[in-house]
Write a protein that binds this ligand. Structure first.
Ligand code: MD5
Ligand code: FE
Length: 206
């Protein structure tokens, strides 16, 4: 099953099989370890994000990408197998991969209280699609418009194993996660909370 929620925005529920979800979760647990591990991002305005993040390939220092974390530790590498997964994801959503070569992964962890406000992803120099993979608790994903944070929007539930690809006209749409649904993660994963991986093309030279 595959649903085009808006032009270029394709939801593929249950794209990752149980064993693929478990392998991806194991990789996330590895990446979460310090140095350059999972932490709350501090925003330039003084705020702290409720979501915790670990970056691969390039470090997201709001609102640009760097090679080192705030402690000066080198960013973890972006593995070739993850780029392959990203290409297969784009092909599953669009029917062709368009030579997709992601070089950034942002792994976001949501505990029961974490939320992500409406925003655009516009720190990448490339307008190639963003691939989103969800693990653990179901969330409400708010898919908005390209004009502002307000309505109209579409609330979509993203479950463990779901793929969402955002490209074309949807690439610069406002979006966020107003809540997760604690306790909805599949029991086989042994994950309390929600993990989301986004794969992106930086458009930066390696
Ligand atoms: C999440 N993460 O569930 C979401 C999924 C982020 C973020 O928003 O920035 O880490 S990615 C959703 C996304 C990406 C690019 C474009 C659009 C949505 N969109 O056009 O709606 O943690
Ligand atoms: Fe985003």
């Amino acid at each position: 099953p595959r649903a085009e929620v808006a032009p270029g925005a394709v939801h593929v529920p249950g794209w990752l099989a149980e064993d693929e979800q478990r392998r991806l979760l194991d990789a996330c647990r590895d990446w979460a370890r310090s140095p350059a591990g999972m932490r709350h991002t501090r925003l330039p305005g003084g705020g702290v994000m409720s979501v915790q993040t670990v970056c691969l390939g390039w470090h997201w220092a709001p609102y640009r990408y760097r090679r080192t974390t705030d402690d000066g530790a080198p960013v973890k590498p972006f593995p070739a197998w993850l780029a392959d997964l990203g290409r297969r994801a784009v092909a599953a959503a669009y029917g062709h991969d368009d030579g997709y070569r992601p070089d950034i992964a942002l792994v976001n962890f949501y505990d029961a209280e974490a939320r992500m406000g409406q925003h655009q992803d516009k720190d990448e120099s490339s307008l190639a699609p963003v691939v989103s993979l969800s693990l653990g608790d179901t969330c409400v994903f708010r898919f908005g418009n390209t004009r502002d944070r307000g309505r109209p929007w579409n609330d979509v539930e993203l479950e463990s194993g779901d793929l969402f690809v955002f490209g074309g006209e949807s690439r610069l749409a406002y979006h966020g996660v107003p809540k997760t649904l604690p306790g909805t993660a599949p029991h086989h994963l042994g994950l309390r909370g929600r993990l989301n991986l986004t794969l992106r093309e930086s458009g930066l030279r390696p």
